[in-house]
Design a protein around this ligand. Sequence first.
Ligand code: PRX
Length: 628
Amino acid sequence: MSEEKKITKVPVYTPDKSYKDFRWMGDYEKIYRESVENPEKFWEGIAKELDWEKKWDNVLEWNYPDAKWFSGAKLNITCNCLDRHVNNSRKNKVALIWRGDDGSERIFTYRQLYREVMRFANGLKKLGIKKGDRICFYMPFVPEHIISILACARIGAVHTIVYAGFGAESLHQRIVNSESKLVITADVSIRRGKRIDLKSIVDEAIVNAPSVERVIVYRRTKPDIELYTEMELDYYELIKDEKPHCDPEIMDAEDPLFILYTSGTTGAPKGILHTCAGYMLGSYYSTKYVFDIKESDVHWCTADPGWITGHSYVVYGPLQAGATILFTETTPDYPDPGVWWEIVEEFGVTILYTAPTAIRMFMKFGSEWPDKYNLESLRVLGSVGEPLNPEAFEWFYRVIGKEKLPIVDTWWQTETGMHMITTLVGEPMKPGFVGKPLPGVVADVVDKTGNPVPPETAGRLVIKTPWPSMMRGIWGSREIYEKYWSEINGYYTVGDMAVKDKDGYIMIIGRADDVIIVAGHNIGTAEVESALVAHEAVAEAAVIGVPDPLKGNLIKAFLILRNGYSGSEKLANELKYHVRMTLGPISMPAEINFMETLPKTRSGKIMRRVLKAQDMGVDPGDLSTMED
Ligand code: PRX
């Protein structure tokens, strides 16, 4: 598992001297050492920056592999996102700027956002939604999405947000697994001037989902779409008489806050469970210290709230920090490839947090687009979701950062809830490396027995000790949860391969498991394979990820057809469409190959690595377990 990995000499960039004064929280080495020598003191110090209904009895109760953080505490995360700003000088400060696909704008001060959240929270209560009930979201990039997430948290219900690019089957699985009582959706999402129907996908997804009692529909386009049954309610109809105040549900530290599904190595998506106090702390801490966020910042995280990045860095982190969120439905190339940079100039964006796949797309469009705009408001750039390859780093640094802005390349996961390993503002940056662990995070690169591998040797990335925003479980599967902590010496094992350099900077090499990252989205090979074999023509399927300069990886599928079917371009297109409709466009294979056989182990497991090696024309490695 561990093999030598020579690191070619990389340039080291130190941000402009003028950035010294926002140099993070002080001396990294010293703070890091103190944080791991006395983690409870460290995390308690952060917790004291937040508002609590009642303080904790204990900082950490660690009963491997289960953690309880801040037990005894009482809180509601929305009090830190809203009430504490509304109760002080931020009352009339802009909390949320929304820009639609067509350039329209909506702006909410903290006071206005608070009132909208409270009205919707009261509406949810009127429907009988209680603490602990699950609410599934299938929403576009609109303010009502953020408002309804916060309203859900306000009353102690558990949100499970599904990215609105997923297909009906993916949505159905998540609604059924979480046993959601309510689904919140909109008539359409609007992308590149086109309306994409969401409601009909929900209609299909709730068939045979007996837990669903109601569907709330935000009708944003005219004429209003019809609501057919008693089950369906209009968003604004629901809240029209509701009061703009709603007492927070007082939550215990370890009460669930949300479930968010992520692709696993088996067929079914895993419902990652996060709880109230620890997640509140992690999202606040990382937003504040990684982005060096200040009240005066306009924070633009381009992620969809349906991903963990949207949860932590569109919604909860920046609002707890009292910053202004920019939230937009705008795609990077519509109406033209300069639109993001126009938005940066127009709204004075100060922090831009995006994904390598977007950066690579902008490289392809050319520097002339950002060069047309004044980007001087920017002061911190961030990247997340997949390796930021050195070429993309260089472009981001030169063209957008004007060779002076810090780039924080943040490594983390749905499961971790917050940034774990990252370059920090003011610290030297090395293209291709995500940096060092955040204070409080004990990350290492180890061999399969858990021993640290020497520098410049590839190994498995692990986290050795608990942290507040760690997932608390998998909804409905204790076994999968335990597996995370039992694979390597009792450490949290993350599924990534990594390498450290002599200075302790970590480079992420790729996944060690069967998850493919396409344009920053995790896709489980098993999910795509089971969608393919659900088609009547397919007997067996294997999918692999192959490198792509724009999206990081592309999905290639290798299929054995059932008797009576033969491979053709028409069938390949039909199968791609079938996956698109079942799982959504991000999971659609880019290429389909029809095969006579698939390489398998003697026990019948498909050897995807052999397919991958063949496809890339490299040595497939050990074939001793392969059947003849
Ligand atoms: O493989 C790593 C990759 O994304 C995985 C986590 O995916 P997900 O749970 O969807 O969360 C994505 C947003 C946090 C990781 O196991 N990954 C995430 N950030 C980086 C990364 N790979 C390289 N560099 C990163 N900065």
